[in-house]
Design a protein. Structure first.
Length: 250
């Protein structure tokens, strides 16, 4: 069974039907990119996986989202366990107001690893995983806020990886970054997919073409088409997908 499976999932904000009969499986250890016009439900779907959508008022759902076979919207769902399986990158990086080192060490400390060589080694390992170690190894105890935006985003990635998730959720993680920083994040994702299932939302079709292994195309709250990136982006079946890929709708 894949890490993430969505089965006939519907979501409402009050009386507004936002996500409609979503039915899709996310392939493991690949980069799945969710694309579609603004307002089509991409971020709402992403935030449903770890139930951050609960922060909205008047949310109602039916259907299921399964993470390793566990329905995240079940009354008996262990949200702490579910969320621990998922790292999250937002559009704008939010490093904690502490040092570079302490940002990465924050999660492991919460889970019982307090100090010593093991923690040092872990911080180094995840900064390397996030392709940031070489840039910060000489200033680990400097404030994280001194880093560039691109570096802050990779630091937030390292912080998320340090709690050992299985899945990385990324909501337009390069939208605030310059082209060089964007390229670094994309290369890091391509490296990380060997070990993690990555689900990313993007409004940039060129980015989807560069990094996606699997594509989900959404339109007005529905999944219109999904499949290998080469098929959906180069030979789509649905007319509305063709219009989006060809730039007729955006």
């Amino acid at each position: 069974m894949p890490h993430v499976k969505v089965n006939k999932f519907n979501l409402y904000f009050g009386n507004d039907h936002i996500l409609k009969d979503i039915d899709v499986s996310i392939p493991d250890k690949q980069i799945t990119v969710i694309i579609g016009p603004s307002g089509c439900g991409k971020t709402t779907l992403l935030k449903s996986f770890n139930r951050l959508i609960d922060l909205q008022d008047n949310v109602k759902t039916d259907g299921r989202i399964l993470i390793d076979g566990e329905d995240v919207f079940s009354r008996n769902a262990d949200l702490c366990s579910i969320r621990k399986k998922m790292g999250l990158l937002l559009q704008k990086p939010y490093p904690l107001p502490m040092s570079i080192y302490d940002n990465v060490a924050y999660g492991p400390r919460i889970h019982g690893l307090k100090k010593g060589g093991d923690l040092d080694g872990l911080v180094e390992h995840y900064l390397k995983e996030a392709s940031l170690w070489d840039e910060v190894k000489g200033r680990l105890h400097a404030p994280a806020g001194n880093l560039s935006l691109g570096q802050q985003q990779r630091l937030c990635l390292a912080r998320g990886l340090a709690v050992e998730p299985e899945i990385i959720l990324a909501d337009e993680p390069t939208s605030a970054l310059d082209p060089l920083s964007t390229a670094r994040i994309e290369k890091t994702f391509i490296k990380l997919k060997k070990s993690y299932t990555i689900i990313a939302v993007t409004h940039i079709l060129r980015q989807a073409k560069r990094i996606a292994d699997y594509v989900i195309f959404m339109y007005y709250g529905r999944v219109i088409e999904h499949g290998p990136a080469s098929k959906v982006l180069e030979n789509p079946e649905k007319d509305v997908t063709k219009e989006y890929v060809n730039g007729v709708i955006s």
